[in-house]
Design a binder for this molecule. Structure first.
Ligand code: HEC
Length: 148
């Protein structure tokens, strides 16, 4: 009886170790790319100065407006989240309470308002301005724009 019990336990361990052996390469990122900044911050700055500056302040951009949130304070947004804010409108990534402080509602800039490339470049610019130099996003940036 005792021997059968031991046999089962060993069997479970072998199964567990086999699982670990198969799962480890995935966990180490062998099957998906590591997160990195996507888009050009320089190109994004140009779009920001023409399209967003009326309502938002952001570090290296002078004379930004205060109709919308001061983006210097928005330091926790990952690149995917910024892309969502631009595609669906800023309110899509904010709490109702935070949105309630503003009398204006930001438009959604999904194509055709801006192209996907312009949105990604803008997100790269805002991410770079609000994170330490060389920081990379926490999550892999999606190849497609989010659904709103
Ligand atoms: C007409 C003014 C206006 C313009 C133009 C505008 N926004 Fe906004 N933005 C707002 C307001 C107001 C909010 C707060 C949410 C709401 O009420 O819609 C907001 C929210 C945001 C947020 C989320 C901030 C947070 O606290 O999480 C981001 C990011 C953002 N805007 C970026 C942009 C970018 C980039 C552009 C240019 C493509 C832009 N906005 C254009 C007014 C504007």
């Amino acid at each position: 009886m005792l021997q059968i019990n031991i046999g089962r336990r060993v069997g479970v361990w072998v199964a567990a170790l086999t699982l670990v052996a198969f799962a480890a390469p995935v966990a180490l990122g062998h099957t998906s790319a590591a997160p990195k900044l996507v888009g050009s911050p320089t190109a994004g700055k140009t779009v920001f100065t023409s399209t967003c500056i009326t309502c938002h302040m952001l570090k290296t951009v002078s004379s930004g407006g205060s109709i919308g949130p001061n983006l210097n304070k928005v330091t926790a947004l990952d690149e995917n989240t910024i892309i969502k804010a631009l595609t669906c409108g800023g309110a899509a990534v904010m709490t109702k309470a935070a949105v309630a402080k503003y009398t204006t509602t930001m438009a959604a800039y999904a194509p055709p308002a801006l192209t996907q490339t312009q949105i990604t470049n803008l997100a790269a610019f805002i991410f770079s301005e609000t994170h330490p130099k060389g920081a990379v996003p926490k999550a892999v940036v999606s190849k497609t724009l989010p659904k709103c």
